[in-house]
Design a protein around this ligand. Structure first.
Ligand code: AMP
Ligand code: ZN
Length: 483
């Protein structure tokens, strides 16, 4: 499997640190508003990367944070006259709903920055002890950028060019040794959330959060670190500087970055005001369509959002879902008619119940699976993988009929569903959307219990009970079944 690594600027063979396992960290959103569809792009593409790795048999430890303390969250809390914590909580819950509707699997862990402050204090202390950081007079702690020899290796920036760029923009009042130094810990301002620290009452800088959460949940060295390409510099460059200096090991082996979702060829962003929230889109389209639209392009290519392209995605998705539905209908009819076919022993992998002719037809579909896999093996080329699915759909539409045996029709149906699953496309709508929703609610309940918010945990249990879901707390975790 080849992946394009931003660090080496090449496609490389993917070799995980530990055989059969992949550790993966994806920078998550800052939660001060509903997410827009630009934010949804990394969620969808890296969820698809995860699904493909799982399809290949890897056990994936997938960590994606929520940045729940930040200037924008504080601004919103002041505007609304409620605590910053409440703003963050509200938008985390909304974000999880959007993720479920886009069939993005919940991460193995969704850490919150505000719950990881002790780890941040530890890493900052280590950096100070090793000479990579210093506390200024006012209690701000800065990273001593020039001390990290590899600075610039991810973004390809040269530290002296950066220095030249900074010369004119010395911000008055800052107590940095060098304009390139960045903040690890900053003093609180009046009315802001804060934590005690050896340097001042304050809060963490954004970059240290991800270094610490990746370390805690995945270890000092991880396989994949991912996010949108706007994060390459300075966020990921600074994460590398922090993690490698503190841990003394290389940080992430493969750095994956998605290109932007654009509108009129400009990056969709909150600050430009040219955005649609996922919620806006859900009023017009099933969010499966949004997912399918995102996967119609390679993740490293810019993607322009337009109603025409969304309509094309809707039609394409419809074609796949219709074929899947058709196979199911034919299979049911075949079961009723008792067409079980003959017992074939011909061909590579005979399926009991298929006729020889069906066996040979089914073997032809291996080519589409091979094409699908080859596309995904080539740096997760979902655009070509989708094309392979369309070829399989065309085959099914041509070669499946009411005369087919149940075994043959089911085999085609399973194949189509298997490939769609990797893309996160749900072929059997209602049941599975519900599954994702249930799992999100269970994860939310676990988080509430961890925070000792038992009222919320009970509320979720009741909500699930009303949906006919029975929870069982076991030592291995929570299991669920339908009543
Ligand atoms: P933010 O909340 O701005 O930190 O963004 C969360 C994630 O969304 C990051 O991985 C960003 O790189 C990504 N992102 C934000 N805007 C876009 C966009 N227009 N296209 C693609 N990814 C984006
Ligand atoms: Zn991050």
């Amino acid at each position: 499997m080849k992946v394009y690594n931003t660090l080496t600027k090449k496609k490389e063979e993917f070799i995980p640190l530990e055989e059969g396992k992949v550790s993966m960290y994806v920078c998550g959103p800052t939660v001060y508003n509903l997410i827009h569809i630009g934010n949804a792009r990394p969620m969808i593409v890296f969820d698809t990367v995860r699904r493909y790795l799982e399809y290949r048999g890897y056990e994936v430890n997938y960590v994606s944070n929520f940045t729940d303390v930040d200037d924008k969250i504080i601004k919103k809390s002041v505007e609304e006259g409620i605590p910053a914590e409440e703003v963050a909580k509200r938008y985390i819950a909304e974000c999880k709903k959007d993720m479920a509707a886009m069939n993005v699997k919940p991460a193995t862990t969704h850490p919150l920055a505000t719950q990881e402050i002790p780890g941040m204090l530890d890493m900052i202390s280590t950096l100070i002890a090793k000479g990579y950081a210093y506390a200024a007079e006012d209690g701000t702690v800065y990273y001593r950028t020039r001390n990290f020899k590899g600075y610039g290796k991810l973004s390809g920036k040269n530290i002296d060019d950066l220095q030249a760029g900074h010369r004119d923009i010395q911000v008055t009042g800052e107590l940095k040794e060098d304009p390139l130094d960045f903040v690890l810990w900053k003093p609180k301002k009046e009315g802001e959330p804060y934590w005690e620290s050896p340097w001042c009452k304050g809060r963490p800088g954004w970059h240290i959060e991800c270094s610490v959460m990746a370390k805690k949940y995945l270890g000092d060295e991880i396989d994949i670190h991912a996010g949108g390409e706007d994060l390459i510099f300075p966020h990921h460059e600074n994460e590398i500087a922090q993690s490698e200096a503190a841990n003394g090991t290389p940080f992430a082996r493969y750095w994956l970055h998605n290109a932007f979702l654009n509108i009129d060829n400009k990056k969709m962003s909150k600050s430009l005001g040219n955005f649609f929230t996922v919620r806006d889109i859900s009023e017009k389209y099933d969010l499966q369509v949004l997912r399918f639209f995102m996967l119609s392009a390679h993740y490293r290519s810019p993607l322009n959002f337009s109603a025409d392209l969304m309509d094309a995605a809707r039609n394409g998705l419809e074609r796949i879902l219709t074929a899947a539905e058709n196979l199911r209908r034919l299979s049911e009819a075949s079961a009723v008619a008792g067409q079980t076919g003959g017992d074939s022993v011909n061909g590579g992998a005979p399926r009991p119940g298929m006729t020889d002719e069906e066996q040979s037809l089914f073997t032809q579909t291996d080519a589409y699976v091979e094409k699908f896999e080859a596309s995904m093996e080539d740096d997760f080329n979902t655009a070509d993988a989708v094309a392979a699915v369309f070829e399989l759909v065309k085959f099914c539409n041509t070669h499946a009929s009411a005369d087919g045996s149940k075994a043959y029709l089911d085999a085609l149906s399973e194949r189509l569903t298997l490939l769609c699953d990797v893309l996160g496309i749900i072929t059997e709508q209602e049941e599975e959307i519900l599954d994702a929703e249930i799992e999100h609610l269970i994860a939310e309940r676990q988080a509430a219990r961890k925070e000792k918010n038992f009222a919320r945990a009970d509320e979720i249990r009741d909500q699930l009970a009303a949906m006919g879901i029975i929870l069982k707390d076991t030592r291995e975790g929570v299991t669920w079944k339908r009543a």
